[in-house]
Design a protein around this ligand. Structure first.
Ligand SMILES: *Cc1c(COP(=O)(O)O)cnc(C)c1O
Length: 239
């Protein structure tokens, strides 16, 4: 299990930890390397080590990196809150949007993807598992209707769920949030063979998330180093 942040680890070390945790549950788990606030050259260095999938939080910040690194053929996921007025641009830039949490985004993403002339955009629904009023994410009860709405969009493809559990001071509470997500994911996957992705777990808790059913973990600071002290303090894992 990870301890308090100890500075960045090389990609091979993170992948070895992911593979060991995945082997314990007999599943394959993908790494999404979260590159927000880090430069295109920092991304290129991690890509040169073999990483293909990167996560970004802000559409405009991502745009520069995606365009600069286009020749590398990387895969980009949007994991930050998506404003309606950025939805069409996001649909033209990203390969997957993990932060879909309200019906209003869907026609905008669908039309944006069609206009870009690209194959269907992968979609994860972001769930607010701990019922925090301030966080993004739909309520679990809203999932079936939102999933159905995605299925009605020809240029979108529902792939699964994403969540950012509330900061918890003990791992047992975090584990309960992950387990609750796993139940919602299994329900969705049982009705839709295209649903194969459960995105949960970050630098501080990705091994626990894998044990509880994650198929994708989103790792930023453990790989790229700390962002800023303010980010760290507002983040999770201050136990
Ligand atoms: C920043 C971020 C991450 C990565 O967090 P780390 O603690 O740096 O690994 C993962 N998911 C989301 C949604 C984020 O915003």
């Amino acid at each position: 299990m990870s301890t308090q942040a100890t500075g960045p680890e090389p990609l091979v070390a993170i992948l070895a930890r992911i593979d060991a945790a995945a082997a314990r549950v007999g599943r394959r788990v993908e790494l999404l390397a979260v590159s927000k606030t880090h430069s295109a050259s920092a991304v290129a260095a991690v890509a040169a080590a073999g990483q293909r999938r990167f996560g970004e939080n802000y559409v405009q910040e991502a745009q520069g990196k995606i365009e600069a690194l286009r020749p590398l053929g990387l895969r980009w996921h949007l994991i930050g809150h998506l404003q309606s007025n950025k939805a069409a641009l996001a649909a033209s830039l990203f390969d997957c949007v993990e932060s879909v949490d309200r019906p209003k985004l869907l026609p905008l993403l669908d039309a944006g993807r069609a206009a870009a002339g690209l194959p269907p955009l992968d979609i994860l629904l972001q769930v607010n598992i701990d019922d925090e009023t301030t966080k993004s994410g739909c309520a679990p009860a809203e999932l079936p209707a939102l999933a159905e709405a995605v299925r009605s969009c020809p240029h979108l493809r529902l792939r699964g769920l994403m969540s950012i559990p509330a900061p918890a001071h003990d791992l047992a509470a975090r584990g309960r949030s992950f387990a609750a997500l796993r139940i919602l994911f299994d329900e969705l996957a049982s009705k839709d063979s295209g649903v194969d992705t459960l995105s949960m777990g970050m630098s501080e808790d990705f091994e626990l998330a894998i044990a509880e059913g994650a198929t994708e973990v989103r790792v930023g600071s453990a790989l790229f180093g700390a962002r800023t002290a303010a980010d760290r303090e507002s983040g999770i894992g201050n136990r």
